[in-house]
Design a protein around this ligand. Structure first.
Ligand code: GA4
Length: 335
């Protein structure tokens, strides 16, 4: 097997993008809820990304999770390796997936089931009860935000069964996961120490270009930038970091269920030259046996269904058999 080395990429100063801002506190305001639904729908159609503020997840819940995450990554490598390898859950370092992808990242992938968290915590922390309670508290809180957003999306799309998306995530068999990422500082590679704009200097990729396979991703990062999204014309645009907000994006499954109306946009994470970046991503997923198909309201004679019906298990299998940057959803596209 050929193992790809982390690709250094040219570092260019591009203006950071301001994602559409969704103020979730307006969801409880009867006069503002429908405006909020429309804003979310528009963001999912135009960007596939948006930023959620006033999300209701307490600072304490986030700080506890962040602290546990920091303590884990601060451990000596041999100790962290006791929680690995990530196949698919556990500690991983540089290797991503099973097909030779690599990046300048360390991570912990966790299944969100309470029993699984309790079990895993034993190898992750010296105080497993504290670790699992921080993780469970965080997961419960972000799941609520994800469900509220998904209900608002269904309402905005005029889908009568407004829990059509969120019920997949609330299901006890939901296959959702939590990913904790640590991107160490990576000095910029430069030719002859020349960091002038004209020189050949590069930033290293932490997590390469990909789209998220699941329904919805909720990402919280520290105040260090690194996330970039790919616009239609292939230009990479940095997203400015905001530790008080969640950066939310549409996954492939939601793109299929909305028959391509919502877009699952490619993104990547770059390392920072002198600061470490920490992020925590909740990937809201359906149960393995859930059948994924376009909602009837999204299909018409002029917009026939783009994808064939598949189960989440089928999709995962395809995802793990491909490279990170491959397009998975295209495999399920009708001819
Ligand atoms: C991308 C989104 C999530 O981080 C992830 C990743 C998963 C992994 O790191 O194990 C995958 C990647 C992600 C998609 C293709 C496969 C699987 C690595 C990889 C090469 C946890 C997920 O669900 O899919």
């Amino acid at each position: 097997m050929v193992v790809a080395s982390p690709t250094p990429i040219r570092s260019e100063k591009i203006q950071a993008i301001e994602l559409p801002i969704i103020d979730l506190s307006l969801a409880n305001n009867n006069n503002k809820r429908s405006e909020l639904q429309n804003r979310i729908v528009r963001a999912c159609e135009e960007f596939g990304f948006f930023k959620v503020i006033n999300h209701g997840v307490s600072q304490e819940t986030i700080a506890k999770m962040e602290q546990e995450s920091l303590s884990f990554f601060a451990k000596p490598v041999p100790e962290k390796q006791l929680s690995g390898p990530a196949n698919p859950f556990g500690y991983g370092c540089k290797n991503i997936g099973f097909n030779g992808d690599t990046g300048e990242v360390e991570y912990l992938l966790l299944n969100t089931h309470p029993l699984s968290i309790a079990q895993r915590s034993k190898t992750i922390s010296n105080d497993p009860i504290k670790f699992s309670s921080a993780v469970s508290g965080y997961i419960e809180a972000v799941r609520e935000v994800a469900c509220e957003l998904l209900d608002l999306m269904a309402e905005g799309l005029q889908v009568p069964q407004t829990s059509v998306f969120s019920s997949l995530i609330r299901d006890v068999d939901s296959d959702s996961i939590l990913r904790l990422n640590y991107y160490p500082p990576m000095p910029i590679l430069c030719k002859d120490n020349d960091t002038s704009p004209s020189s050949n200097y590069t930033t290293r990729v932490g997590f390469g270009e990909h789209s998220d396979p699941q329904i919805l991703t909720l990402l919280r990062s520290n105040d260090v930038g690194g996330l970039q999204i790919s616009l239609d014309d292939g230009v990479w645009v940095p997203v400015s970091p905001d530790p008080t907000a969640f950066c939310v994006n549409v996954g492939d499954v939601l793109q299929a269920m909305t028959n391509g109306r919502f877009v699952s946009v490619r993104h990547r994470a770059l390392t920072n030259s002198d600061q470490s970046r920490m992020s925590m991503a909740y990937f809201a997923a359906p149960p393995l046996n859930a059948k994924i198909t376009a909602l009837p309201e999204m299909v018409s004679t002029i917009k026939p269904s783009l994808y064939r019906t598949f189960t989440w298990a089928d999709y995962k299998k395809a995802a793990y058999s491909l490279r990170l940057g491959d397009s998975r959803i295209d495999l399920f596209r009708k001819q």
